[in-house]
Design a protein around this ligand. Sequence first.
Ligand code: TAP
Length: 465
Amino acid sequence: MQTNILSICYLIGSVSFIVGLKMLSNPATARKGNLVSAAGMAIAIFGTLFLYQPANSSFHNFGWIVGAMIIGTVIGSVSARKVKMTAMPEMVSIFNGMGGLCAALISIVEFGRIAQDNAPMHVLSILAGMIIGSVSFSGSMIAYGKLSGKIKDHSFSGQHIFNLVVLFVILVLGAYIIFGDSTFPLTIFGCILGLSLAYGILFVLPIGGADMPVVISLLNSFTGIATACAGFLYNNQVMLTGGILVGSAGAILTILMCKAMNRSLKNVLIGSFGGSTAAAGSATGGQDQTFKEISLSDAAMVMKYAHKVIIVPGYGLAVAQAQHVCHELEKSLTKDGVVVKYAIHPVAGRMPGHMNVLLAEADVSYDDLLELEPANEEFASTDVVLILGANDVVNPAAENDPSSPIYGMPILEVGKAKMVIINKRSMRPGYAGIENQLFFQSNSSMLFGDAKDVLQQLIAQIKEL
Ligand code: TAP
């Protein structure tokens, strides 16, 4: 009876993960989707705590489990509340690393117990969980260090080959444990653990800052796969479903981000893309080129009397926390009969969906958001493009400078609009560390200042006109 109720709990948990994930795909339902999945997880956890009956023993270590849950819940919820939106990728890295560590620890604990039964599928899932979980843990910790500026990019010549050799040795040792007649499985298991941790470090260390989100998404997918291995090991459906969903969602996101940044997945896997070369990109523009500035009153005037304005939000908008005042500007222009839309680049900001989340927080209608391709079709018929703290995602070097590190990345082709107003605080480059020719084009004008201050003043000017 108890086992049947537990199975129903797991079924509810699994369904809630799927429904929650579906709801996460739309900003209007995303918050609820998160709650639905969290509720499903709570049902699965409490079902296990109160209904699970181990085959040959009683449920023990209850105090340890509940104690760890309380500590984890307090740390998780306090840090999630405190974290700034711009530091979210760092937090995702840490949480993801903890997931990988848990999956690896399960494999380590179970190796001594289950591996003795010599069932190759069990040993395989233990090894896969340990290898993938360890890579995900050490890689995520390095990713956290790099995103928070504590660790710099590091690489040495021949590193790609070295990484491949390490990976190969891990696989050979793993195969030896499964199929070989090893008298020292624990020693070999320890070697695989050490090499897997080293591989996670080696594969993330050389990757350049601008490419980190792809790696984080990939590591997230690894954690899901490692969890699915543990689910298979314990024949636990909810763990298996959760792991598969995280693994596949992470893999799909990785592929989409690779596409958005024109990177190859193969190169991500052997840790050989981006790199500090990003900062060494072609420094076109230079001191001999001039840019125009536009005054607040002129900017307010051209926008108020425009037919169509497209706003391009970027990382700077998030830094300035200017999303609410940006929505105010949109409302004020719309009242004057201007059509206002937002063009969202898939990697604008510092994490996938960053801009969508920010704008949804400010109640901007989802219908007004244009994705890359539809936005590029609309720029030619747009009077004014207002760029708010975006840089790399509108950099034409991605299209016309083969020596640029962002060459090939699809960009928002804002230069097609009649006029482009760029708001930022200075002429400093964006995340990729490269100069932006857009700022020097004849239809571009710079509007310097903090995005929030500038927007507030623009609204005041528009009201006065
Ligand atoms: P960036 O290229 O980083 O440019 C942001 C610009 O905002 C900077 O040039 C900065 O110029 C300006 N800025 C900063 N604070 C500001 C403020 N308070 N007010 C006004 N402007 C401000 O941003 P982007 O165009 O959004 O491009 C994103 C970049 O990050 C890409 O290279 C992308 O690959 C990378 N990246 C993306 C992700 C994802 S998945 N979204 C994750 C990690 C990295 P000033 O200093 O002159 O003000």
